[in-house]
Design a protein around this ligand. Structure first.
Ligand SMILES: Nc1nc2c(ncn2[C@@H]2O[C@H](COP(=O)(O)OP(=O)(O)O)[C@@H](O)[C@H]2O)c(=O)[nH]1
Ligand SMILES: [Mg+2]
Length: 315
């Protein structure tokens, strides 16, 4: 099928599932058409609200996303879910599970779910995720939920894309707060104390508040702690309201514009890095060349500075 870019973009904007799926595949494979398509779509983006959900495996992120998505659907809002956690098939979640099936059969464009797990050679996961978010934004999804496992830098880069970052914690993981990466603490706009039905919820909440009191509030926002029991749909309403409050806070305070400029400054740097890397190392040859040089450097036959110069000079 040889669709031109304009036609393809129109189909994406109309929410056609097949056109969107094809576009995501193109983005993941970094094919040139993806960029052309996103250029065409970009003027139609900027309407979606991105909520990033991160936390250790098993804390209930998928269940929470599932419930939040249902909450938005009840309000007739179109939802996009991007699961960057490869262990999140959304098969157990009854609601989204049904939606996926509905999507296949009835072409329900109200919700779109996609897992992304490809970790490319050039670490393009954050870039791909950001581009898929733009795509779903152009496709009219007003609420975008991005789930990641909050461990590595890659994941932190991804959630930083979000307008609002939810950090999910659960009681009973021992001294997990102490083990929590400082970076994660800093990026959280709202802390979700999930599995609040379990023992130790009060203590965890106390610990969290104590720790949060040491974090400088950003632009007058003190990250709140919201208790939820995702499996029983408890606290979901309040969580959604808190996200909405956060959104309004930034819109009202005029910080939104500043945040967006900062966001795009980071994005432009990331895109530059990614494009430059692709230019000098792109393709199979580049990958092999890098590997060869790494062997040389590791064996002390060549210094890394010379190796980098050689790559840049394409020797
Ligand atoms: N007791 C309890 N279990 C929960 C709660 N939320 C999720 N779970 C369960 O925790 C497990 C992991 O949930 P999942 O959403 O897959 O976690 P994820 O790895 O963070 O995405 C599943 O068995 C859920 O049913 C909760 O609030 N209370
Ligand atoms: Mg999950």
């Amino acid at each position: 099928m040889n669709m031109n870019i304009k036609e393809w973009a129109a189909k994406v904007r109309a929410g056609e599932v097949r056109a969107i799926s094809r576009a995501i595949t193109a983005i993941e494979n970094h094919v040139p058409e993806a960029e052309a398509l996103l250029r065409e779509l970009f003027p139609h983006t900027g309407q979606a609200y991105l909520t990033g959900v991160t936390g250790a495996p098993g804390t209930g992120k998928s269940t929470l996303v599932d419930r939040l998505a249902a909450h938005h659907r009840k309000r007739q809002e179109r939802v996009g879910v991007i699961a960057v956690d490869p262990t999140s098939p959304y098969s157990g979640g009854a609601i989204l599970g049904d939606r996926i099936r509905m999507q296949g059969h009835a072409g329900d464009a109200g919700i779109f779910i996609r897992s992304m797990a490809t970790r490319g050679f050039l670490g393009g996961l954050a870039r791909s995720t950001a581009e898929v978010a733009l795509l779903l934004d152009a496709a009219g999804k007003r609420q975008l939920l991005i789930e990641t496992v909050g461990v590595g830098q890659d994941e932190i880069d991804i959630v930083r894309l979000a307008d609002c970052v939810l950090v999910v914690l659960v009681p009973g993981l021992g001294d997990d707060i102490q083990n929590m990466k400082a970076g994660l603490m800093e990026i959280g706009d709202v802390f979700v104390l999930n599995k609040a039905d379990r023992e130790g919820a009060d203590r965890l909440e106390e610990q969290l508040h104590a720790m949060l009191s040491l974090v400088m509030p950003r632009d007058g926002w003190h990250p709140p702690v919201i208790r939820t029991v995702a499996t029983e749909n408890r606290g979901i309403e309040q969580l959604a309201e808190t996200v909405e409050k956060f959104r309004k806070h930034f819109e009202a305070s005029g910080e939104r514009e500043k945040k967006h400029v900062e966001h795009w400054q980071n994005r432009l740097i990331e895109m530059l890095e990614s494009r430059l890397l692709e230019r000098v190392l792109g393709g199979k040859e580049g990958e092999e060349r890098l590997r060869e040089l790494a062997v040389e450097v590791s064996a002390r036959r060549k210094d890394p500075f010379t190796a980098v110069s050689e790559i840049l000079e394409k020797k």
